[in-house]
Design a protein around this ligand. Structure first.
Ligand code: XLS
Ligand code: CA
Ligand code: CA
Length: 435
């Protein structure tokens, strides 16, 4: 399938070779680190190898059948293509759901056995190529048994089924040396309160997460658990609406020591936030973990999972990531799919080149913003009144309403400064377009 395409290399931005990077130069050092270590690009197994271009109005348009006599040999050819693709693109990480890599079979025992066989197979490919697992997860949302939820299901047998799938996906993640395990609550939400008890549903999700943490830690898993916030789709109201909602859930149930956020660009915009808002909130609360890099279409308002092309967004994302100290266990996973009409194999390559170059540009520009320092300095100065005098006392908790009243009465009128938004936005443009 990919015979025609050779290894994609960096060729400078003037290059007209469509199968080359114009901005992503893996080993180039930026702010003291090679680009590839800042970006930690990862391939999503599901969109890349399993997505057939279906939408609510039509069947698939993309051929994702892999040669093989039975489901297992097809899964193996799929894995071969996955690793060829990552090798040709220089992508060092991947992410998967259990059912992306292995046939579901007819029951749980068959799924478990298939995951075992496929993780053996994938492990060999990982050893050959040096490609690593970023995170694993279980698909507890596609099968009809999950129509009422997984951890939030009204049916305890479904809860047990989800628990078993999660246990096996944790085993697979550990076996492949993954540094993260994701909970995205696809069906963890509700359609109508006429049949829903939100109290028990949320308590149960937390119970499931606690069991997952206890199990994985007992098996020696040292990586991070992530929750991936999303406000809607498929359920009307998802419990993990956004970073703020998810954080209060984690804190309420005492899960905040083990869980961080996996922030998806498209989910941020669906929640009515900017991508940067979600990253920033996670960063200042110490729960920034990993990123699902993609973008939505603001005119459509649903989860289009497009390959990112918006350099401004990517810049502000990298600006936050650098300030968070960079990735530790996380990375930039392209949870992105080619458009339905981009049905040829090479379109996947174009998709990844677009996404990787967009984030490479974002990194380059964010590094310049940091080196330039004006934005950071402005923000720091904006809060400088809290460094001395009464401000320092407020921050250190050493004052009272009575003292502040006495202080304010002596002030006369207060002098405030401009926020200078337009000035700051023009700095970004001048740096962005001088790269
Ligand atoms: C779907 C989610 C999903 C998670 C992993 O909208 O983005 O792909 O990342 O289950
Ligand atoms: Ca995602
Ligand atoms: Ca998505």
């Amino acid at each position: 399938m990919l015979e025609k395409i050779s290894v994609v290399k960096f060729e400078e931005k003037e290059s007209k070779n469509p199968f080359s990077f114009k901005f992503y130069n893996a080993d180039e050092v930026i702010l003291g680190k090679p680009m590839k270590d800042h970006l930690k690009f990862s391939m999503s197994y599901w969109h890349t190898l399993c997505g057939e271009g279906t939408d609510p109005f039509g069947k698939g348009t993309i051929d994702r059948t892999f040669k093989g006599e039975d489901e297992l040999s097809k899964a193996k050819s799929k894995a071969d293509v996955a690793f060829e693709l990552m090798s040709k693109l220089g992508i060092e990480y991947f992410c998967f759901h259990d059912v992306d890599i292995a046939p579901e079979g007819n029951n749980l025992a068959e799924l478990k056995a298939n995951v075992e066989i496929m993780t053996d197979y994938i492990k060999e490919l990982m050893n050959k190529t040096g490609i690593k697992l970023l995170w694993g997860t279980a698909n507890c949302f596609s099968h009809q048994r999950y129509m009422h939820g997984a951890g939030s299901s009204c049916n305890a047998d479904v809860f047990a089924f989800a628990a078993a799938q999660i246990k096996n996906a944790i085993d697979a993640t550990i076996k492949l040396g993954g540094t993260g395990y994701v909970f995205w609550g696809g069906r963890e939400g509700y359609e109508t309160l006429l049949n829903t008890d939100m109290g028990i549903e949320q308590d149960n999700i937390a119970r499931l997460m606690h069991m997952a943490v206890d199990y994985a830690r007992a098996q020696g898993f040292k990586g991070d658990f992530y929750i991936e916030p999303k406000p809607k789709e498929p359920t009307k109201h998802q419990y993990d609406f956004d970073v703020a909602t998810t954080l209060s859930f984690l804190r309420k149930y005492g899960l905040d020591k083990d869980f961080k956020m996996n922030i998806e660009a498209n989910h941020a915009t669906l929640a009515g936030h900017s991508f940067q808002h979600e990253l920033h909130l996670a960063r200042v609360n110490g729960v920034f973990g990993s990123v699902d890099a993609n973008q939505g279409d603001l005119l459509l308002g649903w989860d289009t999972d497009q390959f990112p092309s918006n350099v401004y967004e990517a810049t502000m994302c990298m600006y936050e990531i650098i300030q968070a100290g960079g990735f530790t266990n996380g990375g930039l996973n392209f949870d992105a799919k080619v458009r339905r009409a981009s049905f040829e194999y090479e379109d996947i390559i174009y998709g990844y080149i677009l996404g990787m170059d967009t984030f490479a540009l974002g990194l380059r520009i964010a590094a310049k913003l940091i080196e330039d320092g004006r934005i950071k300095e402005f923000t720091e100065n904006r809060y400088s009144s809290y460094k001395t005098g009464i401000g320092e006392k407020i921050v250190k908790g050493k004052t009272t309403l009575e003292e502040l009243e006495k202080y304010a009465l002596e002030l006369g009128e207060v002098k405030v400064e401009s926020g200078r938004q337009e000035y700051l936005e023009s700095i970004i443009n001048s740096i962005m377009f001088s790269v």
